[in-house]
Design a protein around this ligand. Structure first.
Ligand code: SF4
Length: 473
C-alpha cells in the first residue's frame, strides 16, 4: 500500500524556544522503516518545510495517511491537516498518532479522522495497513481508538509493548531532502537518535511516565552504536532520561569508543539526582563529543517548589548536579517552571537562584497542565475554552493571582535575565562568533524572533487575542 506520513506545522510559535529546535520526525522514520520492511511504499511529508498536505496526497496517492501529533499545542493544526487530507482524498484512511494523540486523544475525535493510534506505531500501523489492504475489519487491530458508525470505540490493547529493536534503524533517507534544515540550538544539521523510551519517575507535569506506566525500554547496544555511526556530527539524543541504566550507559560509551564514533556535539536530557550518582558514567561519556550539552529540568528554585512537582529530588541535588557536570566540562541548559499563581516573591527567588548559580543558560516556561497528566485533571475546570496552541508553555491558561499585566512584566523580566537577551550579558556578536559563517543568518533570525519574549506587551497582546475564543476542548 502507498502510505503517506505527515508531520504538520505545529502552528503558532511566536513564543518559546521553538525557533531553536526543528528536529527530524524520528517517530515517522521508525514507522517508515517498519512499513518499508513489509514491502509498502512510504513517503514522509514534513509540512514545516513544504506546506500543503493536499499536494503530497495527490502526489503519493496513499491508501493510508498517518499524521503525527506530538504535543498538545498541535491538536487544532492536526485536525486542520486531517480535514485538508480528507478533502484531497475522501477514501484514504486517516490515522493520527504520536505522543499527545496517545496520551490524550479526546481533542482529536473529529469526523475527518478515522482512528487514533494509542500505543507504539511500529507495531500497530503495519498491522492496520495490512488489515485494510485485505479488506479486513480495522477493529481487529490492537491499540486503536476507532471511529465507526458515528461512535468512537477502543480496540483491544497491545498484548505486550514491543522490543524497540523490532525496527532496528529509522528510515532517515525519507527526509534526506530536509536534512540541512534540521537544527537544534547552535547546531545545523542535527540528527535525532533514540536509545531508550520511557521514564520510571513521576513528575506531576509530565505525561511521559503516565503513557508508558513508568517503564523504560532500551535499544540494543549494537543498534545504538550503528545508529550513531550512521548519523552526522551533531546529535540530539531524544531519550527522556539518559544515563538511566548505569551498566548499559558504561557499555554503550565503551562500544562507541571501540567503533571510533566521536561527534562534534551531543545533547542529552537527564536529571540532577542521576548526575549526582553518575560521575563515573559522565566521565566515560565526555570524550565522545567536542562539545557535550545536558538539558536539565531544574524546574524550581526551592525544595518546596520541587516537592510540589513530585520531582523526587531536592535543591541540593540541583546544585550538586550542575557542579559535577560543569567540572566535567559539560554545558548545562536548564529549564524552570513559572506558576500561574506566583507572586512577586517567587519571581525574585528564581532570579536570585539563577544569578547565584550562573544558570542564565536556562529557559523559563509557564507551568502548563498538559493533557494526560494528573495536573491537567486537577485543574481542567479552571481552564476556559481557548486554542490548543495556548498550551505552548508560554501562555497563561487562566487568570494569574497578580493579574495578567504584572505577571507578564515579571515573566518578561525573567527572560531578560537569560543569555537570550541580546541587550544583556551575551550580545548578538557573542552569539555570531560561536557559529560557522554559513549559519550566521540562521542564528540572527532565531535570536531576532526570541527577543519578543523579553517584551511584556507582546505577551499581553497575545493573551487578549486568544482569551476566550470559539475553539477549545
Ligand atoms: S524525569 Fe523527566 S521524563 Fe521523567 S517523569 Fe520527570 S519530567 Fe518526565
Amino acid at each position: 500500500m502507498n502510505v503517506l506520513l505527515v508531520r504538520p506545522h505545529p502552528g503558532s510559535d511566536h513564543f518559546g524556544l521553538g525557533p531553536f529546535f526543528r528536529v527530524e520526525p524520528l517517530g515517522l522514520e521508525y514507522l517508515g522503516a517498519a512499513l518499508l520492511a513489509r514491502g509498502h511504499d512510504v513517503t514522509i511529508a514534513d509540512l514545516r518545510f513544504r506546506p500543503g498536505a493536499a499536494t503530497w496526497v495527490r502526489r503519493s496517492r496513499p491508501g493510508l495517511v498517518g499524521i503525527t501529533c506530538i504535543h498538545a499545542l498541535e491538536y487544532d493544526q492536526v485536525i486542520a491537516t486531517a480535514r485538508e487530507v480528507r478533502r484531497a482524498s475522501p477514501d484514504a484512511f486517516i490515522l493520527v498518532g504520536g505522543h499527545a494523540a496517545a496520551a490524550f486523544p479526546g481533542p482529536l475525535l473529529d469526523d475527518a479522522i478515522d482512528a487514533i493510534c494509542l500505543d507504539d506505531g511500529e507495531e500497530i500501523v503495519p498491522q492496520l495497513v495490512e488489515q485494510l489492504e485485505r479488506g479486513g475489519d480495522p477493529a481487529e487491530v490492537p491499540g486503536l481508538k476507532l471511529r465507526a458508525g458515528g461512535a468512537w470505540t477502543d480496540t483491544r490493547i497491545l498484548d505486550e509493548r514491543p522490543c524497540l529493536d523490532l525496527v532496528p534503524l529509522p528510515a532517515r533517507h525519507l527526509v534526506a531532502r530536509h536534512r540541512s534544515g534540521y537544527h537544534c540550538l547552535l547546531f545545523k544539521p542535527v540528527w535525532l537518535i533514540e536509545t531508550a523510551r520511557g521514564c520510571p519517575h513521576r513528575c506531576s507535569f509530565c505525561s511521559v511516565w503516565q503513557l508508558y506506566g513508568r517503564s523504560v525500554r532500551e535499544r540494543s547496544i549494537a543498534t545504538v552504536v550503528e545508529d550513531f555511526a550512521q548519523s552526522g556530527d551533531s546529535v540530539f539524543v531524544a531519550d527522556d532520561l539518559f544515563w538511566y541504566n548505569p551498566a548499559r550507559s558504561l557499555e554503550l560509551a565503551a562500544a562507541l569508543k571501540q567503533r571510533g564514533v566521536y561527534k562534534r556535539w551531543i545533547l542529552v536530557q537527564t536529571r540532577t539526582d542521576l548526575i549526582c550518582r553518575s560521575a563515573e558514567i559522565m566521565a566515560a561519556w565526555r570524550p565522545l563529543a567536542k562539545d557535550f550539552d545536558i538539558f536539565l529540568g531544574l524546574e524550581a528554585a526551592s525544595d518546596a517548589g520541587l516537592s510540589g512537582l513530585d520531582k523526587d529530588a531536592g535543591l541540593a541535588e540541583s546544585i550538586e548536579g550542575v557542579r559535577i557536570a560543569r567540572e566535567l566540562r559539560y554545558g548545562i541548559n536548564g529549564n524552570f517552571l513559572v506558576g500561574h499563581d506566583w507572586g512577586e516573591e517567587e519571581f525574585h527567588e528564581l532570579w536570585e537562584f539563577v544569578a547565584q548559580y550562573g544558570l542564565q543558560r536556562a529557559g523559563f516556561t509557564i507551568h502548563t497542565p498538559l493533557p494526560g497528566t494528573d495536573y491537567y485533571d486537577e485543574v481542567a475546570d479552571r481552564i476556559p475554552r481557548q486554542p490548543w496552541s495556548n498550551f505552548d508553555m508560554h501562555h497563561l491558561l487562566w487568570e494569574p493571582r497578580i493579574g495578567v499585566e504584572r505577571f507578564f512584566e515579571l515573566y518578561a523580566e525573567t527572560w531578560r535575565r537569560s543569555i537570550l537577551n541580546t541587550s544583556g550579558e551575551k550580545s548578538l556578536m557573542d552569539w555570531v562568533r560561536q557559529v560557522k559563517p554559513a549559519q550566521i543568518p540562521y542564528i540572527a533570525r532565531v535570536l531576532w524572533r526570541t527577543q519578543r519574549m523579553m517584551k511584556p506587551s507582546a505577551y499581553v497582546r497575545e493573551h487578549h487575542a486568544t482569551h476566550p475564543v470559539a475553539t477549545g476542548h
